[in-house]
Design a protein around this ligand. Structure first.
Ligand SMILES: NC(=O)c1ccc[n+]([C@@H]2O[C@H](COP(=O)([O-])OP(=O)(O)OC[C@H]3O[C@@H](n4cnc5c(N)ncnc54)[C@H](OP(=O)(O)O)[C@@H]3O)[C@@H](O)[C@H]2O)c1
Length: 337
């Protein structure tokens, strides 16, 4: 079978295609014929050895994928040959609280991932894909959508009529917008591009602010929200924008800190609203298999499908990575076989 490996990790150009024998499942394992996979921001860092340091050159990248089960090992009962499946990227996280031990089995990071014709995975991480979601729909979800769901639904306890703010228009933020609308909330989104903001409005965003032309975007969000702050923030940009995110909040809002897109902060974020507005700030590290199931059920019920920017072939995988590096996309970047 063909696989992509990380190689020397000096950038996207280090990715290399290799031939390997077809995998055979051991006890508790399954082999999945990959039909679709998707990229997340951290996958770019992995090609540069900047996400948790250098990995073995033979590591197969990508945390998100979907396909058909083609073989199962002894003791596997939750899936069978022929099932359409996707998987949680933290393979042991079934339900309950986060455990840092999950990082030891993180698909595409600490163990081989989805950028292969046939993925060998612990069967316990696999989840059947409900009709009518496609392989591509499901492959878009594991990292970005499950994390957005963990912030907005699990931690944020979203209610109809809330306002959800998310920063930028990448994978996580596009799902944050959709999850807000699925739950009867208002969606506020920021971007460096007026064109992307226009598309976000077409996709249902109620509030759209250009964070370049409005460096005081926290004030602009309030202006477009009738003077009121937001109830939930999906903080994708990180500590550099945290002060403005807190300033955007209504009393009692919940802020899920998940990212670092804006780099390291200069000085300390202004944290005063945390106390004065009775806010809750929490770090969120993705979500469980149970949350993933809840997300897919909600997508089916609300007829929601991922916002896909562009799809590349397996042979063109490095072009998909370059498309992410170029940052001209909105939503998810997919690779299909
Ligand atoms: N903790 C977790 O479990 C978890 C899970 C998933 C992702 N993350 C993190 O969440 C972040 C987003 O991930 P992703 O995969 O959605 O990334 P992505 O798809 O690559 O999103 C990139 C977009 O972010 C926006 N952006 C960049 N700098 C920004 C800034 N200073 N302020 C506001 N927006 C900015 C840009 O939007 P515009 O082009 O519209 O300006 C850019 O196109 C990353 O830091 C990632 O590592 C964390």
């Amino acid at each position: 079978m063909k696989v992509w490996e990380l190689g020397e990790q000096k950038g996207v150009g280090s990715l290399r295609m290799a031939d390997r024998p077809d995998p055979k499942p051991g006890p508790g394992q399954a082999v999945v014929a990959m039909k679709a996979a998707s990229l997340n921001r951290r996958d770019v860092g992995v090609t540069q050895a900047t996400y948790g340091g250098a990995k073995p050159a033979t590591r197969i990248p990508l945390s998100d994928g979907a396909g058909d089960v083609i073989a199962v090992g002894d003791g596997v009962t939750n899936v069978k040959v022929g099932d359409r499946v996707t998987a949680t990227h933290f393979t042991p996280w079934q339900d309950g609280a986060f455990d840092p031990a999950f990082f030891a089995s993180d698909l595409g990071i600490t163990v081989d991932g989805w950028l292969t014709e046939k993925a060998l995975v612990p069967a316990g991480c696999l989840i059947p894909i409900p009709a009518p979601l496609t392989y591509a729909d499901a492959a878009a979800l594991p990292v970005a959508a499950v994390t957005a769901w963990a912030v907005i639904v699990e931690f944020g306890c979203i209610k109809s009529g809330d306002t959800v703010l998310t920063l930028g228009t990448g994978g996580v933020s596009s799902f944050a917008l959709q999850i807000a609308k699925m739950n009867g909330a208002r969606a506020a989104i920021t971007s460096s591009s007026d064109d992307k903001l226009k598309k976000c409005r077409e996709l249902g965003a109620d509030i759209a602010v250009n964070y370049k032309s409005r460096p005081d975007w926290d004030k602009a969000v309030r202006e477009q929200n009738g003077g009121r702050g937001v109830d939930i923030v999906v903080e994708t940009a990180g500590f550099a924008t945290l002060g403005q995110s807190l300033a955007s909040c209504a009393p009692n809002a919940r802020v899920g800190m998940i990212g670092a897109l804006a780099g390291r902060p200069e000085g300390q974020p202004a944290m005063f609203p945390l106390v004065g507005q009775n806010l809750t700030l929490k770090g969120i590290t993705s979500g469980s298999r149970r949350m993933f199931g809840d997300l897919m059920r909600a997508m089916v019920a609300t007829n929601t499908r991922p916002i896909v920017d562009k799809t590349f072939s397996f042979a063109d995988a490095p072009k998909a990575y370059q498309h992410m590096v170029d940052s001209e996309f909105l939503g998810k970047i997919l690779i299909t076989t």
